[in-house]
Design a protein around this ligand. Structure first.
Ligand code: SF4
Length: 355
């Protein structure tokens, strides 16, 4: 482990992008790659353990992946981006949170949990873009671990990908700084935010701040990112009616056109003894969100068992527009991004042009 950590830091880290940190007195640095905005003394690391201060210079990971796959775009999940297409998905190591229900904890908790792994494959930014082109992926996303903490390298990859017409995005917990969101916007258009709970006392258990995630969502809308929000419904953690009302009311107030995915939990990591989310709980959350006024609500992780709650309907005439089960599209009636029955524009990215 020590050797792997040394290799990671000595061979797969380089000075962070100038826009993502500030050099301060006594060789301290302030990192802006995520919402923690860590103040890091020489010889120390930030909360994520992956970014570190070496003699007054902040170092950040690059040139490797811990996961690389071609996924259906519905798996990210983005339901309003090129339905039925694929996304080249890559992930690195580490996270700025420590969620007890994490599905990717073996790689996300690297250097934070002694039971996690330091396994990775060297790869260059150009090779990742070539792979996306070779496999005709119109979208590329940084996912699996928390992408914010490796924004320097994502920026490099996405700059190359955008030149080739690939639409780029993050699958993130949304614990961002304003600076990193502005930094990424010229090369990145998609942002999936996990809004994990609407109570600060719950965010305390995960290692973040609710106010920071809410600000991220508002700032993403201002910066004209395409945003979809996911909430993993964990029994006994975030599934009370009151909390779901508050959470969905916040999304509706920000913009009722933001798609909200409420997904089912399966026992995992430190919550192996918990119960999975019931279909009843997911359907209840769906109904609350619709009552609150969200236009696009989707139940995830229960393919085929939640009636029509995986489909897209026109918010104006209520006709079925996109029929889905799990990650498969069964029909798509959208015409130029509009409802063919009443001509209402449906928000999303329906053509392959990058913005
Ligand atoms: S990415 Fe976040 S957690 Fe890591 S050093 Fe920077 S501010 Fe701290």
């Amino acid at each position: 482990m020590e050797n792997a950590e040394q290799i990671l830091k000595e061979q797969y880290s380089r000075p962070a992008h100038q826009e993502l940190y500030e050099q301060l007195e006594k060789d301290k640095v302030r990192c802006y790659s995520c919402g923690h905005q860590c103040l890091i003394s020489p010889g120390k690391t930030g909360i994520c353990k992956l970014r570190f201060n070496k003699e007054g210079v902040l170092y950040a990971p690059y040139n490797y992946v811990a996961g690389l796959a071609i996924d259906p775009i519905e798996k990210k999940p983005f339901f309003h981006v090129l339905p039925g297409e694929t996304a080249l998905s890559f992930g690195m190591l580490g996270c700025n949170f420590h969620c007890p229900f994490c599905q990717n904890w073996l790689s996300s908790q690297t250097l934070r949990d002694p039971n996690s792994l330091i396994r990775f494959e060297p790869i260059s930014s150009t090779t990742i873009v070539e792979l996306a082109l070779k496999h005709h992926c119109p979208v590329m996303v940084s996912t699996y671990n928390e992408p914010l903490i490796t924004s320097d390298w994502a920026y490099e990859i996405f700059s190359l990908a955008k030149e080739k017409g690939i639409i780029c995005g993050y699958v993130s917990n949304g614990h961002a700084s304003e600076r990193v969101l502005k930094f990424l916007r010229p090369v990145m258009q998609l942002f999936k935010v996990d809004l994990k709970t609407f109570q600060q006392k719950n965010y305390d258990k995960l290692g973040g701040k609710l106010s920071v995630v809410c600000s991220t969502i508002e700032k993403l809308m201002e910066l004209d990112y395409w945003v979809e929000i996911v909430t993993l419904l964990v029994p006994g953690f975030n599934d009370s009616d009151e909390e779901l009302h508050e959470l969905t009311k916040f999304i509706a107030k920000t913009n009722p056109n933001i798609p909200w995915h409420v997904t089912g939990f399966y026992p995992n990591y430190k919550m192996n003894d918990s119960f999975p989310t019931s279909t009843y709980q997911l359907e209840k959350a769906y109904k609350i969100a619709k009552e609150v006024g969200l236009h696009f609500v989707y139940v995830g992780n229960r393919p085929g068992s939640v009636k029509t709650m995986e489909n897209t309907y026109c918010p104006h005439c209520n006709e079925l527009l996109i029929e889905r089960i799990g990650f498969s599209i069964y029909s798509n009636k959208l015409s130029d991004g509009k409802c063919p029955y009443c001509n209402t524009s449906i928000p999303g990215i329906w053509s392959k042009k990058t913005k």
